[in-house]
Design a protein around this ligand. Structure first.
Ligand code: ZN
Length: 430
């Protein structure tokens, strides 16, 4: 396994939720000398500085300010959340006097079947009473705690003929015998280091415990939970951190809640990015509008590779493959923001960096998904492109992607941030 993939799998394993992903990135940024800004305080942003800010603990924006004059911001975006089952407030659901199950609700749109018959645990954040204050803490109960059991084929002979999953019945995890009722609260309190009485509220999600692996005859592939979109978060972040100074201010945003439409206070469809740009420009005495007009956004979210067993779902022309490099996404109705200008900019940066690019369009009769780019640029109207890495089984709890592609994204992101992008009336310099 390459060092990049080892680090990617470590990151995915450490980050079962969006809060953990932001905490992991924040600790790396602090170690690299970035200063954390707080939205409730003044921002002492100055030339030559490195900063980051979190909102809700689950979205994060990091940026560096060049020493001298700079035209605008080179931005990348990815998302920290993945589809999962959220534990409900009163999580224990007794069954037939024999078992304790946990009550769950769906977050995002997942493939249900892969969640069955594999070890699961719970992670998220809790709010606790501590020294007279309400304090938020991350919890990750690092134990095999539950399984959502399938019904045996002998009891449902139609199980292989297309199964409809009823969340309130089929997807309740088995947590223990009838004696386990109430134990979830206790385990969450223990994980947070408080008594049960001091645990006031919780946002806890199930996560699969199956570790990520490289597989294939030549270990060509990587399989892991949450590749959509932690693979892009990781790749963009490594490229952002390692980029030498370019002409513009490099900025990376990772947003929560993409899987539920981004319309939350910390999602891409919020004012988090524009607020951040506004406050940075104000601190530097810059004109916000001119800065935005000179900026560029690359939104990175994984794309569908041609499926080995179902190639017919791919477009006849745009057929991305795993290990084929950066996928540029196209959509005539602008669910993906790519256009002839932005494609040319990013493809040229990749060409100069020796990173291959390929193209994705939905098969013309399929609706496809949405992503961050067009939502984010509705608030910050900049030239924008949608990119991603090719993967299989998107929204399974165990997805497959190319083992080489994360390196391609790191190299592309680094080259992008280091570029001399400058959009003038005469044309675009890189
Ligand atoms: Zn995604």
């Amino acid at each position: 396994m390459t060092e990049t993939n080892r680090n990617l799998l470590r990151f995915i394993d450490a980050c079962p939720t969006a809060w953990h992903a932001c905490a992991d990135l924040a600790s790396r940024l602090l170690a690299e000398g970035y200063a954390e800004l707080n939205e409730t305080e003044d921002w002492p942003v100055a030339p030559g500085g490195k900063y980051f800010v979190r909102r809700n603990g689950s979205s994060l924006i990091a940026f560096r300010i060049p020493e001298g004059a700079f035209p605008g911001f080179l931005m990348m975006a990815a998302h920290t959340d993945s589809p999962a089952f959220k534990l409900r407030g009163k999580p224990d659901a007794p069954a037939a006097g024999l078992y304790t199950r946990l009550s769950v609700e769906r977050y995002g749109s997942m493939l249900c079947a892969p969640w069955l018959d594999r070890p699961l645990s719970a992670a998220g954040r809790v709010t606790v009473r501590e020294n007279g204050k309400l304090v938020t803490k991350l919890v990750k109960i690092d134990r095999d705690l539950m399984v959502i059991p399938n019904l045996a084929i002998h009891m449902d002979r139609t199980a292989n003929d297309g199964k409809k999953y009823d969340i309130k019945t089929d997807m309740l995890p088995l947590f223990g015998s009838e004696k386990a009722a109430g134990r979830m609260q206790q385990l969450a309190a223990e994980a947070a280091g408080v008594t049960e009485e001091d645990l006031v509220a919780a946002d806890l999600y199930l996560y699969p415990r199956t570790p990520g692996v490289c597989f294939g005859a030549d270990e060509e592939y990587i399989a892991a939970p949450r590749l959509d979109d932690l693979q892009c978060v990781f790749g963009c972040f490594e490229g952002f951190l390692s980029a030498k100074a370019g002409k513009n201010a490099p900025l990376l945003c990772v947003f929560d809640n993409e899987e539920v439409g981004s319309t939350t206070k910390q999602g891409a469809n919020s004012d988090f990015l524009v607020d951040t740009l506004w406050r940075v420009c104000e601190a530097l005495g810059r004109d916000l509008y001119r800065s935005i007009a000179a900026s560029f956004m690359a939104s990175a979210d994984n794309a569908h590779a041609v499926h080995p067993n179902h190639p017919e779902y791919a477009d006849s022309q745009d057929r991305p493959v795993m290990n084929g490099g950066i996928v540029i996404k196209h959509h005539a109705n602008q669910k993906y923001t790519t256009d002839a200008v932005t494609e040319a900019v990013f493809a040229e940066i990749c060409r100069r960096a020796g990173v291959p690019v390929q193209h994705y369009s939905n098969r013309a009769d399929l609706r496809g998904g949405t992503t961050l780019g067009n939502i984010s640029t509705a608030h910050v109207s900049v030239d924008s492109i949608d990119i991603g890495l090719a993967q299989l089984a998107m929204h399974s709890c165990y997805e497959t992607a190319g083992a080489q592609d994360t390196d391609y994204l790191i190299r592309a992101a680094r080259a992008y941030y280091e570029s001399g992008f400058c959009h003038t009336a005469e044309g675009i310099e890189l």
